[in-house]
Ligand binder design. Structure first.
Ligand code: ATP
Length: 310
């Protein structure tokens, strides 16, 4: 089964009302599927339509056209909603509540019976043990974020929709959150992340979608998007005769003695290396040329039209 399925999804805000944003197409025929058990990261510039898509998954925004299904169900179906754990980008937490009071009220809303143990377990998991009796109003941004995550995790939902999950969380806290998310996947949950923190997205997700102007520009396994099976980065020991290597078809890479070649198979790669050695170069490093998500995003937007908004 697919955890998320969107076909030809469109959302035009305003519906003709004479106010700001009216007639703006936030989703422009989005096709996107997320297999069950995946960790999917949606990335894109401000205004690309990410939040609108998340709201359509939650049944908060009703699409103008197209279809969206969550865990095989209509997002407005209470049975689908009960299986989604959601961490919003902007958290509104009741200042006067303690974490236990807040999570207990979330558990009641989720219809979880006798949730005291589950509430304390999730508080411990997100690293807030010892803070149970404090009022949320005195919490730091990172602590509030952890509490929001605990709320999303309550009841073991099968789909976690997390909007900027590590925003404001310190580096050790981020590592803890990555560990929690790995545990959630291990029990079978699907992760859907929306984040501007690309390095973090890269570490957590195994599939990435790039959204621009309400459409999916690229989608696929992270290795396929970031890595290249046929592009290699070679490092040669100094001194390097760059002119000779360029004449052989190498391209200058980033860093001293670094060159890049495209070689469709091992024989072609070894021909390049043999040529370089005959020219006196001494190979000290060889790796697939892997790009980070920032480069992939920049390239995709460059080719697909860099407009984030509709
Ligand atoms: N309630 C609304 N009324 C009118 N226009 C809206 C509304 N919500 C979003 N939009 C518009 O829809 C487009 C997509 O916005 P959305 O918030 O989905 O983008 P986003 O990718 O989440 O952006 P960000 O990264 O800044 O959070 C934008 O042009 C935005 O101005």
């Amino acid at each position: 089964m697919l955890a998320i399925e969107a076909r030809g999804l469109r959302k035009t805000y305003g519906g003709g009302w004479p106010r700001r944003g009216a007639g703006r197409e936030a989703l422009a025929g989005l096709d996107l599927v997320v297999p069950e058990g995946a960790a999917f990261g949606l990335i894109g510039l401000n205004g690309a339509g990410k939040t609108t898509f998340i709201k359509s998954l939650l049944g908060v925004v009703r699409p103008s056209a197209g279809v969206v299904r969550v865990l095989g169900k209509d997002p407005e179906d209470p049975a689908a909603r009960a299986q989604i754990g959601y961490l919003p980008e902007r958290l509104f937490l009741p200042h006067a509540f303690t974490p236990v009071q807040f999570l207990s009220s979330v558990a009641r809303l989720k219809g979880l019976p006798r949730a005291d143990d589950e509430v304390r377990r999730q508080i411990g998991r997100v690293g807030l043990s010892g803070e149970e009796a404090r009022r949320i109003g005195g919490f730091s941004k990172g602590m509030r974020q952890r509490l929001g995550l605990a709320a999303a995790l309550l009841g073991g939902p099968m789909l976690l929709v997390l909007d900027e999950p590590t925003d404001g969380v310190d580096p050790l806290g981020r590592a803890e959150i990555r560990r929690i998310l790995a545990e959630e996947r291990a029990r079978g949950a699907t992760l859907f992340l929306n984040s501007h923190l690309l390095a973090e997205t890269e570490r957590v997700c195994d599939r990435i979608g790039i959204l621009s102007g309400g459409r999916l520009l690229r989608e696929g396994p992270i290795e396929a998007l970031c890595g290249s099976e046929t592009r290699y980065r070679l490092t040669f020991a100094p001194p390097v005769d760059a002119a000779a290597l360029l004449a052989l078809g190498f391209r200058a890479g980033e860093g001293e003695g670094v060159f890049v070649v495209d070689a469709p198979d091992p024989s072609a790669l070894n021909e390049y290396i043999d040529g370089a050695r005959r020219a006196g170069a001494r190979l000290v490093g060889l790796a697939h040329d892997v790009r980070d998500l920032e480069e992939v995003l920049a390239e995709a937007l460059g080719q697909g039209g860099g407009q984030g908004g509709a």
